[in-house]
Design a protein around this ligand. Structure first.
Ligand code: NAD
Ligand code: ZN
Length: 364
C-alpha cells in the first residue's frame, strides 16, 4: 500500500488537513463518502486536466453513488477572470447546488483560484476541496485559502480568503505535467528551503537529480515538506499581516518580471526562480547575507533547470513594476531578504539602493 501523509492546517474552526497519497485520484469517490458527501458534487477543472483525469474521477465518484457535475474551463491564466467565475456560478445555480453541497477544484492554481473564489461567493460560501494537479498547486496555491481572479488592471486584484475543507494531493498526477511547469514549481519548493528550513534546502541540493527524474519517493517527500512549511506559516498568520509575508521571498522581483513580460514570456515559477537569486544578491549588496548564501541559491536554482539571470529584455521600468505590486507600503517596496539559508528578514527597500544595485549588477 502506498504511504499516506497528512499535514494539518490549524486555523481554529477553519482547520483542515492536507492528505498526500499516491493514487488518491482513483479513490476520490470513497474519500468524498468518507467526508459524508451525498447527492451532487461540482467538479471544476480545465480542458487539459480533464483530458487526462476526468474519466477516472467521474467513474470513482459515480461508483459511490454521488452525481458529478463537471464544469470544464479553458486552460491558462487568461481564464482567471470574473467572467469565468460567473460561468461557474451559472452552472451551480442551474443545477440547484445548495450551500451544503461540495465543489471540487481539480487542476492547477488557475482552476483552484477560480473555483475557490466561486465557492466563496456562491450562496455566501459553499464547501470546497482542493485537488491540485500541478506542482505549484500542490505545494503552494491549494493551501492557505487565498482565492481570486485577475482584473485587467492587475493580477489577483479581486478575491477573498476562503479556506478549503480539505486538500487532497495525488503526486502521481504530476507525471503528465509538461516539463516547463514541473521545473517552474521547483522554484517555490526551493523557496521553502531558503525561508524556513536549511536542512530541507540541503536535501533538495542532494536530491536534485532524482527530483528532476521525478523519483516518486523524493517527489512525495518534497511535496510533504513544502506543504508542512506553507501550512505552518499560514496557520501562524492566515491573512498575511506579517509572518505570511515571508512566502513572498523571490516574488517582489518575480512578480515584476512576470508583469513586464505580459504574463507570457515567463511562467510564474520561472520568474520566481530569477527573483530568488536576484533578491538574495540584493540582500548581499545591502550587507544582509554573505556571497556564499547567494551562490548556494544560484547553484540550486540553476541545477533545477531554472534561469537565474534577469532577462535581457528587462526595461528600466522594473522599479515601477515592483512598486505596482501589492507589497508596497508608503512608496517603498517591502522585501523579504535571506540572512542565511533557512532564515529571512522583512525590510523595506529604498529606490536609491535598488538603483545602485541594479546599475552595478547589470554591467555585463
Ligand atoms: N492562491 C494562492 O495562494 C496562489 C499561490 C501561488 C499561485 N497562485 C496562482 O496559481 C496560478 C498558477 O498555477 P499553475 O502554475 O498551477 O498553473 P495552471 O493552473 O495554469 O496550470 C498550468 C498548466 O498545466 C496544465 N495541467 C495542470 N495539471 C496537469 C497535469 N497533472 N498534467 C498535465 N497538465 C496539467 C493546466 O491545464 C495548464 O495548462 C496563477 O494564477 C497564480 O496566481 C495562487
Ligand atoms: Zn509563487
Amino acid at each position: 500500500m502506498s504511504s499516506i501523509f497528512t499535514v494539518p492546517v490549524s486555523l481554529a474552526e477553519r482547520s483542515y488537513e492536507i492528505t498526500i497519497r499516491a493514487g488518491l485520484l482513483e479513490r476520490l469517490g470513497s474519500e468524498l463518502k468518507h467526508h459524508a458527501v451525498k447527492g451532487k458534487v461540482a467538479i471544476v477543472t480545465d480542458r487539459r486536466v480533464a483530458r487526462y483525469y476526468l474519466k477516472t474521477v467521474l467513474e470513482t465518484i459515480k461508483q459511490h453513488g454521488i452525481e458529478p457535475v463537471p464544469i470544464i474551463l479553458t486552460p491558462g491564466e487568461r481564464s482567471k477572470t470574473l467572467q469565468t467565475v460567473e460561468t461557474v456560478l451559472d452552472v451551480l445555480a442551474r443545477h440547484r447546488f445548495e450551500r451544503s453541497s461540495v465543489l471540487l477544484a481539480l487542476g492547477g492554481g488557475v482552476v483552484g483560484d477560480i473555483a475557490g473564489f466561486a465557492a466563496s461567493i456562491y450562496q455566501r460560501g459553499m464547501p470546497y476541496i482542493q485537488v491540485p494537479t500541478t506542482l505549484v498547486a500542490q505545494v503552494d496555491s491549494s493551501v492557505g485559502g487565498k482565492t481570486g481572479v485577475d482584473h485587467r488592471l492587475g493580477k489577483n486584484l479581486i478575491g477573498s480568503f476562503f479556506q478549503p475543507r480539505a486538500v487532497w494531493v495525488d503526486p502521481l498526477v504530476l507525471q503528465t505535467l509538461p516539463a516547463r511547469e514541473w521545473v517552474a514549481g521547483l522554484a517555490e519548493v526551493i523557496k521553502y528551503g531558503i525561508i524556513a528550513d536549511a536542512s530541507f534546502f540541503s536535501y533538495l541540493q542532494r536530491s536534485m537529480p532524482d527530483l528532476l527524474k521525478q523519483a516518486p519517493k523524493v517527489v512525495a517527500a518534497v511535496v510533504k515538506r513544502s506543504c508542512e512549511i506553507k501550512a505552518e506559516v499560514v496557520s501562524a498568520d492566515e491573512r498575511e499581516s506579517d509572518r505570511r509575508r515571508i512566502l513572498n521571498y523571490g516574488h517582489t522581483i518575480g512578480h515584476a518580471l512576470e508583469a513586464l513580460g505580459g504574463y507570457r514570456s515567463l511562467v510564474h515559477g520561472e520568474a520566481v526562480g530569477i527573483g530568488l537569486v536576484q533578491e538574495a544578491d540584493l540582500a548581499c549588496f545591502q550587507g544582509w547575507c554573505s556571497h556564499e548564501v547567494v551562490e548556494a541559491i544560484r547553484r540550486t536554482v540553476k541545477e533545477a533547470g531554472l534561469s537565474e539571470r534577469m532577462p535581457r529584455w528587462i526595461p528600466s521600468k522594473i522599479w515601477k513594476a515592483m512598486l505596482h505590486d501589492k507589497k508596497v507600503s508608503g512608496g517603498r517596496v517591502i522585501g523579504v531578504w535571506p540572512s542565511r539559508i533557512g532564515e529571512v528578514r522583512i525590510a523595506p527597500l529604498e529606490k536609491q539602493v535598488f538603483d545602485r544595485w541594479y546599475g552595478a549588477s547589470q554591467i555585463p
